[in-house]
Design a protein around this ligand. Structure first.
Ligand code: HXC
Length: 260
């Protein structure tokens, strides 16, 4: 598939997807979501890629939401279908079998905030702004915001943000736990890549199982979550990476992981 609305770059073990509709502040429409789905599917099975970074084109927006002009005249069923499409693609990103980092370089509103939230780690530039302003348009968050914002910042803060549609700055997002780091805008991508490189040296399968245990465990009670962890911990011992990791430690050298 050739992409018109996203850019895909690969360098060493990193892949960077850039949402690329700067003329509308990278607003999301169905065509873009299908391209994102295709890219994610391909990257999931590309063993050279060990970490994925998502960002937005330009210096103003990560993603300013779903495309309002595109949604304006939707019917009930078209609205639901669009919501389901975004939910499906965002879930694929959430379940991507490798760590993901959102490098939020400006507005992350509505669907943009929802996209950042399906990444494992969020790094924001100091000019970034976050919010779920959907109720000001007569709609509700539809790409998972009513579910994931609650899980990230708790119901009280999530309800306040969703009910008021308030747009918060990067520092406030940091304070409420919506982002992990705030950095200068011109250092954003290099910071995200440095962070990615700190992950890349670790065992790919272990990262995958750790992510699976965290993501799936959050939806379980503690007892089941711990059982999931124990099962996945056991599975690690079927990997060459476990053998290499422990051997390298005992031989006092750096491990060389293959993701097998
Ligand atoms: C379509 C958008 C857009 C959007 C910006 N643009 N956001 N187009 N959908 N979400 C377009 C503008 O129309 C404008 O086009 C150009 O981008 C530049 O935007 P401006 O508004 O001129 O910039 P500025 O004055 O700096 O304001 C920036 C902004 C504002 C605060 C981010 O653009 C804004 O409020 N955007 C909408 C944010 C929003 O409500 N997002 C939630 C969408 S609903 P022209 O052609 O005039 O230059 C959503 C639902 C998700 O996300 C779930 C769906 C199922």
């Amino acid at each position: 598939m050739t992409y018109k609305n996203i850019l895909l770059d690969k360098e060493e073990n990193l892949a960077v997807i850039t949402i690329n509709r700067p003329q509308v502040l990278n607003a999301l429409n169905a065509e873009l979501l299908h391209e994102l789905e295709d890219a994610i599917e391909n990257l999931a099975t590309d063993s050279r890629v060990r970490v994925l970074i998502l960002t937005g084109a330009g210096d103003k927006a990560f993603v300013a939401g779903a495309d309002i002009a595109y949604m304006q005249n939707m019917t009930v069923s078209e609205g639901k279908e669009f919501g389901l499409l975004g939910q499906r693609v965002f879930k694929m990103i959430e379940d991507f079998p490798k760590p993901t980092i959102a490098a939020v370089n400006g507005y992350a509103l509505g669907g943009g905030c929802e996209l950042a939230m399906v990444c494992d780690i969020r790094v924001a530039s100091d000019n970034a702004k976050f919010g779920q302003p959907e109720v000001s348009l007569g709609i509700i968050p539809g790409f998972g915001g009513t579910q994931r914002l609650v899980r990230l910042v708790g119901p009280g803060k999530a309800k306040e943000l969703i009910y008021t549609g308030e747009i918060i700055d990067a520092q406030t997002a940091f304070q409420i736990g919506l982002v992990n780091h705030v950095v200068k805008q011109d250092e954003l991508l290099s910071f995200a890549k440095e962070l990615a490189k700190r992950i890349v040296g670790n065992a790919p399968l272990a990262l995958r199982y750790a992510k699976e245990a965290i993501n799936n465990g959050m939806e379980m009670d503690l007892e089941r979550g711990l059982m999931l962890e124990a099962n996945l911990f056991g599975v690690c011992f079927s990997s060459l990476d476990q053998k290499e990791g422990m051997k390298a430690f005992l031989e006092r050298r750096k491990p060389s992981f293959q993701g097998k």
